[in-house]
Write a protein that binds this ligand. Structure first.
Ligand code: UFG
Length: 296
C-alpha cells in the first residue's frame, strides 16, 4: 500500500514497520529523523475481539501510546494527532452527539481509546510545550478516488461497507442486516459515515491547528448526519449498478440504534467540514473493490 501511496503522491515515504511497544526501536527512529509532529493511527480496533482479549487491547493501545509519548518526550517531539473514536461516548443520550456528551464506552476497545484521551490530557498538563488533537472518528468509509488504495480487511469483514462491497463483487453471498426493529426511520441502525478523504483532510487541519494555536483540542470528525443500513445499501447499489442481496438477522450485541456527530466544533476551530456525500463514499469503495477484487 505504501508503494501505491508514494506513486500517487510523488512523495518519498519511508516505511518502517515497528511495534510501538518497542521503546528502543522508537527511540532509534526519533533520534535519526527530524520529526515535528506525530500522527498516531496505530491500534487494535475490533470491538468483539477486545471483549475476548481485553489485556491485549490495553497493552497494545494504551501501552503503545505510553511508549510513544515517552519516546517523543525524550526527543523533544511535542505535537501529536491521535485517532480516537466516537465509541468513547457509548450509548448516546442525545443526538447529534457533542464533545461534552457523557463518556461511557461499553467495551475494552472503547475504554482503551478513552484511557488514551485521559493520559494525553494528563501529559499535556505536565508539559506545557506538548499539545495534541484527539479526533473522535465516527464511521470512516470510502477509498482513495484513484481506486488504488482501499480497505482490505483480513477474513470476513466486521464493518458494513467492506461487507457490502464484497457481496456486490460476488465474494460473499448476502449481507446480514443486524436488526430491523430499532427506533429509526426504517428500523435499521443509523451511523454517521465519513469519507476517508475528508478524514485525511481533518488530520491536516488538526496539524495546522496545533502549529498555529499551540494548544490541544478534542473534537468529533463526522458529517453530522446519519444514514440507515438500508440507505447505505441503496446508495451502494446506485454506485455499483449491482444488486446487494440481504437478509435480516438479530441485533448485534453492543450495537446502538443511532449515532451521529455534532461536527460544529471541528468547523469552528479547525475550519473543517466533511464535503463528500454517501454517493461519493460508495462510488470510491466500489472503484477500489471492483479494481481489486482480491485486495492487495
Ligand atoms: N451492520 C450490519 N451488517 C454487517 C455489519 C454492520 O447490519 O455485516 C450494521 C451495524 O449493525 C450498524 C452499521 O451497520 O448498524 C454500522 O456497523 P459498523 O460495524 O460498520 O460500524 P459501527 O458503528 O459498529 O462501529 C464503528 C467502528 C468502531 C467504532 C464505532 C464508533 O467500526 O471501531 O464505529 O461508534 F468504535
Amino acid at each position: 500500500m505504501l508503494e501505491r501511496l508514494c506513486a500517487l503522491t510523488g512523495a518519498e515515504i519511508r516505511f518502517e514497520p515497528l511495534d510501538l511497544r518497542n521503546r528502543e526501536a522508537l527511540e532509534a527512529l526519533l533520534a535519526e529523523a527530524r520529526v515535528d509532529a506525530v500522527v498516531h493511527f496505530a491500534g487494535l480496533k475490533a470491538v468483539g475481539e477486545s471483549v475476548e482479549k481485553p489485556l491485549l487491547y490495553y497493552e497494545n493501545n494504551v501501552g503503545g501510546t505510553i511508549a510513544l509519548l515517552q519516546a517523543m518526550a525524550a526527543h523533544g517531539v511535542r505535537s501529536l494527532v491521535f485517532s480516537s473514536s466516537a465509541t468513547v461516548y457509548g450509548d448516546p443520550e442525545r443526538l447529534p452527539i457533542p464533545e461534552d456528551h457523557a463518556l461511557r464506552p461499553t467495551n475494552p476497545y472503547g475504554k482503551s481509546k478513552l484511557m488514551i484521551e485521559h493520559l494525553l490530557a494528563d501529559h499535556a498538563a505536565s508539559d506545557p510545550a506538548f499539545r495534541y488533537a484527539a479526533l473522535r472518528y465516527f464511521n470512516p468509509i470510502g477509498a482513495h478516488p484513484s481506486g488504488r488504495i482501499g480497505e482490505d480487511p483480513r477474513g470476513i469483514p466486521n464493518n458494513l461497507l467492506p461487507f457490502v462491497a464484497q457481496v456486490a463483487v460476488g465474494k460473499l453471498p448476502a449481507l446480514k442486516v443486524f436488526g430491523n426493529d430499532y427506533a429509526t426511520s426504517d428500523g435499521t441502525g443509523v451511523r454517521d459515515y465519513i469519507h476517508v478523504m475528508d478524514l485525511a483532510r481533518g488530520h491536516v487541519a488538526a496539524l495546522d491547528y496545533l502549529s498555529r494555536k499551540k494548544h490541544s483540542i478534542t473534537c468529533n470528525l463526522g458529517a453530522g448526519r446519519g444514514y440507515s443500513v438500508l440507505e447505505v445499501v441503496k446508495a451502494f447499489e446506485r454506485a455499483s449498478g449491482r444488486k446487494v442481496p440481504l437478509e435480516f438477522a438479530a441485533r448485534r450485541a453492543g450495537d446502538v440504534a443511532a449515532s451521529y456527530a455534532d461536527p460544529s466544533l471541528a468547523a469552528a476551530r479547525l475550519g473543517w467540514k466533511a464535503a463528500l456525500d454517501i454517493d461519493a463514499m460508495c462510488r470510491d469503495v466500489w472503484r477500489w473493490q471492483s479494481q481489486n477484487p482480491h485486495g492487495y
